[in-house]
Design a protein. Structure first.
Length: 197
């Protein structure tokens, strides 16, 4: 329900969506701000072959280029927002939109986010540079997103197209994926649950 409302407002009533985003960002920080101070501890765990950082203003030009360099097919299953610099600036300011870059030798090779709601829910998504696929980056993003959602103690959701088996496989290696329903467009609406130890 929240997913459908969010997409309707974003696509059909952008000015209302902007107000909702600001209100949500404010309430999200009030509710989860103290926990977010522990984000750096999570990111520290994964600083090895790749560097993961919360997106800051200094990343935005490179991130815009990252999206411009991806082939059109890369956006077939990934349309959470537009990818122009203005949109990325707005998202970077939104405290409830936790977005990250994966870097290798100071080049962005991956992007992922958790769009959080103060009510206690988040939606996640990721993209790996087409030149860097099959190197464990999508599994890495899944681990970080799951750890952040666990830190906040909120469930995380997303959509996966049935034909996008690569995403299902990489995310399923880290999470138990629970299919909640199949949406009108055919995508699965799923919940990502931490794997039981």
């Amino acid at each position: 329900m929240l997913y459908a409302i969010a997409h309707f407002l974003r696509d059909k009533c952008p000015w209302i969506w902007d107000l909702v985003e600001r209100f949500n960002s404010f309430l999200f920080i009030l509710r989860y701000g103290r926990k977010l101070k522990q984000l750096s501890e999570i990111l520290e765990r994964y600083q090895d072959e790749y560097k993961i950082e919360l997106i800051e203003k200094r990343h935005l030009d490179d991130l815009t280029r990252f999206f411009q360099e991806q082939p059109e097919v890369a956006f077939e299953y990934f349309k959470p927002h537009t990818f122009d610099l203005q949109t990325l600036k707005k998202l970077q300011k939104n405290k409830a939109f936790l977005s990250f870059v994966v870097q290798k030798d100071d080049s962005i090779v991956g992007y992922f986010f958790l769009r959080c709601y103060f009510l206690g829910k988040c939606f996640r998504g990721y993209m790996v540079d087409y030149r860097w696929r099959n190197r464990g980056i999508s599994k890495l993003t899944a681990k970080v997103m799951t750890d952040v959602a666990t830190l906040l103690r909120i469930p995380s959701y997303g959509t996966i197209a049935p034909e996008n088996m690569a995403s299902m496989k990489s995310q399923g290696a880290v999470n138990d994926i629970k299919i909640i329903e199949q949406l009108a467009n055919g995508d699965y609406y799923v919940e990502y649950c931490p794997k039981a130890d």
